[in-house]
Design a protein around this ligand. Structure first.
Ligand code: GDG
Length: 814
């Protein structure tokens, strides 16, 4: 995400038509190419690529070479991060050249195929400088300056995102991996999914994702979220960004976010799909940086730099784009006060601030430049001597080699961003310190602070604290600096950019393949038709079903929540899908097909919810409560797991005491959590379930920690970890026990069991161990499983049951 706009020669004036009122709330759909005059420059040519990167900027800048103008790889976070990966995979990169109104044919450079997207002067003004950098950038960086909301800018954002998506669609080979980058292109995943449902779409946000309360200001928040959710995988820098995104999805769209996976419902354009979210902290090409720092020429240059600034005892460095998020003013203020207080002196210390020109036509960027230059002028006026400048200020770009020499020359590196997705400068400094010396002062508001814990972490708003940290850095003993730097270096070396990219891409490949298996999507389509439920079943599942359904006496055992009933935030409202209920009734009417419901819910609750056919069997409370009365006279009426009467489903005196103890412990936990104590306790006859649905992941984690402690303090209770639920039971029973009991009672030759949760794994395990016939366990949704097959969601459960019905009926006929 190169943000340098100094190459632009666009006209600042804009007097385009006002946008149509309410247009921001229209549902997204792909505009026709004819609606977009810029679309001509967005064609990818006739070639197609298995790996396509889509980013606002191409990874090149135009420079004057010996033979005239030529393209060179440009500086900037994303370019620095992705260039090595692109070279290894030889893919296509779709982006803007950085100059307006240019029509440039695709070309190759450094093993990369580059596809320029044309931006008009107005696009640059409204989409790039406007919506991207004056609306989204400040909004996503804690509103350090106020974001501006203009419908005209939004219209341009939609138009340009559509153009990028079309270019990606034209360049991607069937089933390709397409990796979309950053806040300028958040609508691309959704548009691309409509155009090319066959490709695997990843999105990575390089900048923070804001807390919901801030994001909610955006008038087009729904459209942005829907755009992002078009991806198979949406990645962020920090876990807190991911949590903010999921919360925004839940609050704005009401979609269910289960662990890291958001279930995106079908639209007119696309079938339902799962969108996985996660954090993938970006890094740098640490090996290349290390090699540069060992290069003799660079080491010599570093010495020269020190000499040129008067060989100070301590050289302090700052390197940033000139941006109000980077906290340059805050660090200058701290430095100025240290000179005033006499805690630092220009006799022994100097400060080099490199501030690379960035977004120079935007008002707040002009403002930050003025503020910085005013401060530098004042500090130098007050504190410099001839030949001994307090601050060396360079508002320039430098080649990579020169940057490495600066890092190598500096004893102390100041990174004081007020908010930063990651901050690569911090990692680059560490990678260059091959002698394991030097001190990094790092803002806790950067993504890098999550990883670089041995830096001196600072709150840049706390000027007194910042001054102390700078003083501590200047006076740190070589031993302590070495100890810290060694640990920082091992962190940066191990998680470098290749690792980052391959982690993201491997994950994307996996979730994309999972989607392909669950939705049989046509490889080359213009626009997808909704897949039918039958066609949504993976081939291996259909094959296994035909084996299990050929058994003489078949037992179909079904979990309830997440299998018969889609998951909802409030378990009290879950209800089975009507089409599943109908299919189950038809199956139950066939000879030698038995239906059982197996759930963690209490028996009466389960019975009241499932709308069961006559003759159905029930296993509530994970098998602790069985109702086999459906078998008629052949079976005991209502029995417990051991086959005793229903009365025994009530707790014994001893069990009641255990439950009272447990209740007291849960009360204490709720008190201890204070504001966090929003977990819900469900009282069951034989235990308690602690629900965390709807809680923020970090709150839920605190609840889980406390529940774990309670479980350790009460070893006689059975403790089970389910999805967003922790369960305590006074009787030890699992869904595996339920399966054994059901098999014994029914004499079934084969069992088909469908479940979605961790507690269903006991049933899957039991099917694997035992069983004379071709038993089949099916897992609904993502996650590790012992089940032999996997299906996507409760709609696919209907499809499985419809297929069973078809197989049993045709077997009966033949
Ligand atoms: C965004 C996010 C995230 C700077 N001046 C020159 C130059 N640079 C290089 C640095 C570094 C990169 O640019 C700046 O990266 P940062 O991470 O510090 O910041 P942003 O540009 O704001 O990047 C950020 C990043 O995306 C990646 O995801 O970390 O949080 O805001 O590599 O060295 N390079 C050269 N000459 C310069 O004058 N050669």
């Amino acid at each position: 995400m190169n943000s340098h706009t100094n190459a632009l020669s666009t006209d600042d004036s804009h007097t385009s038509r006002p946008s149509v009122p309410g247009s921001e709330n229209r549902p997204p759909s792909v505009p026709h190419a004819a609606d977009d005059p810029g679309a001509a420059g967005a064609s990818g040519g006739n070639d197609s690529y298995d790996f396509v990167v889509v980013a606002n900027r191409l990874p090149v800048d135009r420079a004057q070479g010996p033979q005239g103008p030529e393209w060179r790889q440009s500086p900037g976070g994303l370019v620095t991060g992705l260039a090595p990966v692109m070279k290894r995979r030889s893919g296509a990169w779709i982006g803007w050249t950085g100059a307006p109104d240019e029509e440039i044919e695709p070309f190759d450079l450094d093993d990369m195929h580059l596809v320029p997207v044309r931006l008009s002067t107005d696009d640059v003004y409204s989409y790039y400088e406007g919506f991207s950098n004056a609306t989204l950038w400040p909004l996503y960086h804690d509103v350090i300056v106020p974001p501006e909301f203009h419908r005209k800018w939004w219209d341009a954002y939609v138009r340009v995102n559509t153009r990028f998506a079309r270019a990606a669609a034209a360049s991607a080979a069937p089933g390709a991996l397409v990796w979309v980058h950053d806040y300028q292109l958040q609508l691309v995943p959704g548009i691309l999914r409509e155009l090319r449902p066959d490709v695997k779409i990843g999105f990575f946000n390089h900048i923070p994702f804001p807390p919901y309360e801030i994001f909610a200001q955006l008038p087009w928040r729904r459209r942005i979220l829907i755009g992002l959710l078009g991806a198979d995988l949406v990645g962020f820098q920090r876990p807190s960004d991911t949590a903010n995104f999921r919360r925004a999805v839940r609050r704005t769209l009401g979609y269910l976010a289960r662990n890291s996976v958001v279930r995106v419902p079908a639209s007119q354009q696309s079938p339902e799909h799962l969108c996985e979210t996660g954090s993938f902290p970006i890094s740098i090409d640490a090996g290349a940086m290390d090699a540069l720092a060992r290069d003799e020429r660079i080491r010599k240059r570093a010495e020269e730099i020190r000499e040129e600034v008067g060989n100070p005892r301590t050289l302090i460095l700052g390197v940033d784009r000139m941006d109000y998020t980077k906290g340059i003013r805050h660090r200058l203020k701290a430095y100025e006060e240290l000179l005033e207080d006499g805690r630092l002196s220009t006799e022994s210390t100097t400060f080099i601030q490199i501030a690379t020109p960035s977004r120079e036509r935007l008002d707040y960027y002009k403002q930050i430049r003025r503020d910085v230059e005013l401060a530098v002028g004042r500090i130098n006026g007050d504190h410099s001597a001839l030949g001994k400048a307090a601050v060396h200020y360079l508002h320039q770009s430098f080649p990579r080699e020169e940057m490495a020499a600066f890092y190598l020359a500096a004893d102390v590196m100041l990174v004081t961003a007020l908010r930063d997705g990651m901050n690569l400068v911090a990692k680059e400094y560490v990678a260059c310190r091959v002698e394991e010396d030097g001190v990094l002062v790092l803002s806790e508001f950067t993504g890098a602070a999550d990883e670089l814990r041995q830096a001196l972490l600072v709150n840049p708003h706390d000027i007194a604290g910042l001054k102390n940290a700078i003083t501590q850095a200047v006076h740190m003993t070589p031993e302590e600096a070495g100890r810290r730097m060694r640990r920082l270096r091992s962190k940066v070396r191990h998680d470098d950019v290749l690792q980052w990219a391959s982690t993201f891409l491997d994950r994307l490949q996996m979730v994309g393949e999972q989607r392909e298996r669950t939705h049989s999507v046509l490889p080359e389509t213009q626009r997808p038709s909704r897949v039918t439920q039958e066609s949504a079943l993976p081939a291996d599942v259909v094959e296994r079903l035909s084996a299990v359904c050929s058994a003489r006496r078949l037992l179909i055992a079904l979990d309830f929540d997440g299998v018969l009933a889609p998951l909802v935030d409030d378990p009290a409202t879950s209800a089975p899908l009507p089409e599943t209920v109908e299919t189950v009734h038809r199956l139950a009417a066939l000879d030698d097909v038995l239906i059982a419901y197996v759930s963690g819910r209490e028996l009466p609750d389960l019975v009241s919810r499932v709308d069961a056919p006559p003759g159905a069997l029930f296993a509530g409370s994970h098998g602790a409560q069985l109702d086999l009365s459906g078998l008629g006279a052949a079976a005991p009426s209502t029995t417990s797991r051991a086959g005793s009467p229903l009365a025994e489903l009530h707790p014994s005196t001893e069990e009641r005491e255990q439950l009272a103890d447990l209740d007291a412990a849960l009360d204490r936990a709720a008190q201890q959590l204070g504001d966090y104590g929003q977990f819900r306790v469900e009282e069951k006859a034989l235990g308690r379930s602690v629900h965390t649905r709807g809680l923020e992941p970090e709150f839920a984690d605190r609840v889980y920690d406390l529940m774990q402690e309670i479980a350790e303090d009460h070893p006689r209770l059975r403790y089970t970890r389910g999805h967003e639920v922790r369960e305590f039971a006074v009787r030890h029973s699992t869904k595996g026990h339920a399966i054994t009991a059901l098999r014994a009672a029914t004499g079934a030759d084969a069992i088909l069991y469908i479940g979605d949760d961790v507690t269903d794994e006991d049933a899957f395990a039991r099917l694997r161990q035992a069983g004379p016939g071709p038993d089949l366990g099916l897992k609904v949704g993502p996650g590790h499983t012992l089940a032999a097959g996997r299906i996507s969601d409760p709609h696919a459960v209907t499809a499985v049951l419809v297929e069973c019905l078809r197989l049993r009926r045709s077997a009966n006929r033949s």
